[in-house]
Every structure is written in structure tokens, then in C-alpha cells.
Ligand binder design. Structure first.
Ligand SMILES: Nc1nc2c(ncn2[C@@H]2O[C@H](COP(=O)(O)OP(=O)(O)OP(=O)(O)O)[C@@H](O)[C@H]2O)c(=O)[nH]1
Length: 341
């Protein structure tokens, strides 16, 4: 299966919500005069139906259409907002979609293609893989609230980097959560990557320092550092992260080279607050969004791209190693709206 096919199947909760909403919007068309024969200007050409399809009145020729007017635009805005795209982004997407198309008759598949193109345009500038530097070890600090998928993401990244021939060390920096440490050990074993741990409740900065020493001694390409995600006590967390950074800078003044914020798509609009908070307490350099497979709130990634402009490195669409994929804006946009292709 191509990755697009997989992405599309994993994003069905988001795409069916949008698809059903669009079907309903187009079906709600106010009684219109006989269909105008001319094709809608600058809307994408629907696929040509086969002979059988034409004979039996199926295919795009039979697809219902609705004249794009203010009322329909408003319904489209509401639909996008309900997919967690956020008000500003939803308004922008629909305004761009409407430009030059008011009064045209559009079908659901045309609207999907237009939406996908608009969404991809917003996301294109932020679709950036995590940069890899010649620096050894490249230190990657991974932050995010508990349960956002940090541990799983570190495990997947470690496996993928190993498969690409890189040497990796993991530091299990959430020393307050034995379960997180255990989980990392399992991922480490699977990926054949050493996982440095420290006694429960001990200072994560001291573990980070030891991990730097080990990564340097091993000549490792990458050091991935897990961190705690207790936002309930923001001050403590801020101090903890600042201390980790201070300590690893004793060994490399430029570390960490990346600070990845892991966000859980199922939290919807709350992910926007998390970006704001973590950008204040850590120097976030890029985002990873997990659990896009388990939610109808996938539109939140569009809002994040639009609002913050932070690079989106990867997306998680499942719990297996290869369920973390580089972020491709066009594929994501088409999968999100359920467009063909
Ligand atoms: N469906 C799905 N589940 C995921 C994905 N990423 C992570 N998970 C699951 O989400 C749960 C939480 O992930 P963790 O990696 O433990 O999250 P964490 O941020 O490290 O959380 P703590 O260990 O509690 O700090 C686990 O059950 C993961 O298997 C994803 O992309 N899709």
C-alpha cells in the first residue's frame, strides 16, 4: 500500500466528517433552476465517468451540484471550524476557495479538490523534515504534555534513524514516571539503541549530562532526550527543562540542536495552547503531531501551520514503528478532506 493510501485510510475519521458535512451542504441546495450546462470556471475537472457509469447515470455527471453563494460559504466555514481548523484559518480557506467562484455550481468532489489545494498551500511552508546536522552527537530534546506520544515518537524516531544507519542514544529523562522509562526501554531493545535511565525521582539534568557523555564516547550521531510533561506545575517544568539545557550546554554550547514538541491531535484546539505554553518554556524548533488516526480533529494541524509557522517534521498515524511519517502537505491535505488521487 502506498503511504498516501495508508494515510487516507488512517485519516478517515477526519475525512468522513468533512465528507458527510460536504454532502449535506451540497444536498441542502436551495431549489435551483435547471442545471446550467457550462462547467464551473477554474474548478478542477472531475474524472470522466466510464461508459457504464454514463449509461446508468452514475459518476460525476450525476453528482449533485450547488451554486456557491454566501449561505453555502457560511456552511463551509462552520464545517471547517467543526473539524478543529480554527475560525481564522477556516475563514481564510473558504475566502480563497470562493475567490472567482461565486455563483458557480460546484460538486462535492470539486469542493474537496479545492479545499485540499488551499490547505496544502497553507501547509507547504511549514513542511520541513527534522534537520540533520553534521554535529555529533546531535542533541534532540523532546517535549510535550504527558500522554502526547513523546515516548512512542522517540522510539519510532530511534528505530527509523537506526534503519538509516545512524547511531542513536536515548535518555529516559522523565525520571518521575517509571512507566515512561520502561516503555522507552522496550523501544530501545526493539531498535537496538541504548536507553540511559536514572533512579526514579532523580535529577533529569544529571541523566542528560551522563547521556551526553555516553553519546560522545560512543560517537553517536543522535541523542534523543525524553522529558517530563507535567504542565500542572509549569514553573517546575520550566526550571527542569532549563536545567537540562544548561547542563548539556556545558558539553556543547549549541545543544540542544532540535527541540521537538509532540502534540496529540485528539486534543484538538487545545494543541494550540500547548504550542503557546511550550514555546514560552522551551525553544521549540519543530512539531510532531501524533494520533491523527484516532480523531476527527485532524484539521487542527492546519490551524497550527497557519497560526505559528513552526516546522512540522512528522505525523503519527498509529502505534507501529512505520506509523511515523515525514509530513507531506499535499498528501495530508488530500487525505484530510478525502479527495481522490
Ligand atoms: N493511535 C495512535 N496512538 C499513538 C500514536 N502515538 C502514540 N500513541 C499512543 O498514545 C499513548 C501515549 O503515548 P506515549 O508515547 O506513552 O506518550 P508520552 O507523551 O510519552 O506520555 P507519558 O509517557 O505519559 O509522558 C500510547 O498508548 C501510544 O501507543 C499515534 O500516532 N497513533
Amino acid at each position: 500500500m502506498s503511504f498516501f493510501a495508508k494515510l487516507k485510510s488512517r485519516l478517515t475519521r477526519s475525512s468522513s466528517k468533512l465528507g458527510e458535512g460536504l454532502d449535506a451542504i451540497v444536498a441542502e441546495a436551495p431549489a435551483a433552476p435547471e442545471a446550467t450546462p457550462e462547467a464551473p470556471a477554474s474548478a478542477p475537472e472531475p474524472a470522466r465517468p466510464g461508459l457504464i457509469g454514463r449509461l446508468f447515470g452514475q459518476g460525476p455527471a450525476a453528482e449533485p451540484r450547488r451554486v456557491l453563494d454566501d449561505e453555502m460559504l457560511e456552511s463551509l466555514e462552520d464545517l471547517l471550524i467543526s473539524s478543529d481548523m480554527g475560525v481564522d484559518t477556516a475563514l481564510r480557506v473558504t475566502a480563497n476557495l470562493a475567490e472567482g467562484r461565486m455563483g458557480k455550481r460546484l460538486s462535492v468532489s470539486e469542493i474537496k479538490a479545492l479545499l485540499a489545494a488551499e490547505i496544502a498551500r497553507i501547509m507547504e511552508p511549514v513542511a520541513r523534515p527534522m534537520p540533520i546536522y553534521p554535529k555529533r552527537p546531535q542533541v534532540v530534546l523532546v517535549v510535550g504534555v504527558n500522554g502526547s506520544g513523546k515516548t512512542t515518537t522517540i522510539g519510532k524516531l530511534a528505530s527509523q534513524f537506526r534503519a538509516a544507519g545512524k547511531t542513536v542514544v536515548i535518555a529516559a529523562g522523565d525520571t518521575f514516571r517509571a512507566a515512561a522509562v520502561e516503555q522507552l526501554k522496550v523501544w530501545g531493545e526493539r531498535a537496538d539503541v541504548p536507553v540511559l535511565t536514572a533512579p526514579e525521582g532523580s535529577d533529569p539534568a544529571s541523566l542528560a549530562f551522563d547521556a551526553m557523555t555516553r553519546a560522545e564516547a560512543d560517537g553517536a550521531d543522535l541523542l534523543l532526550i525524553d522529558t517530563a510533561g507535567r504542565l500542572q506545575n509549569r514553573q517546575d517544568l520550566m526550571e527542569e527543562l532549563a536545567k537540562i539545557v544548561r547542563v548539556i550546554r556545558k558539553k556543547d554550547p549549541e545543544a540542544p540542536h532540535n527541540t521537538l514538541l509532540v502534540l496529540d491531535a485528539t486534543t484538538g484546539q487545545n494543541a494550540l495552547n500547548q504550542v503557546e505554553i511550550f514555546s514560552k518554556i522551551a525553544d521549540v524548533s519543530g512539531l510532531v503531531m501524533t494520533k491523527l488516526d484516532g480523531t476527527a480533529k485532524g484539521g487542527v494541524l492546519v490551524a497550527l501551520a497557519d497560526r505559528f509557522g513552526l516546522p512540522i517534521h512528522a505525523i503519527g498515524v498509529g502505534e507501529q514503528i512505520d506509523d511515523l511519517a515525514p509530513f507531506d502537505p499535499e498528501e495530508f491535505a488530500r487525505a484530510l478532506v478525502g479527495a481522490e488521487g
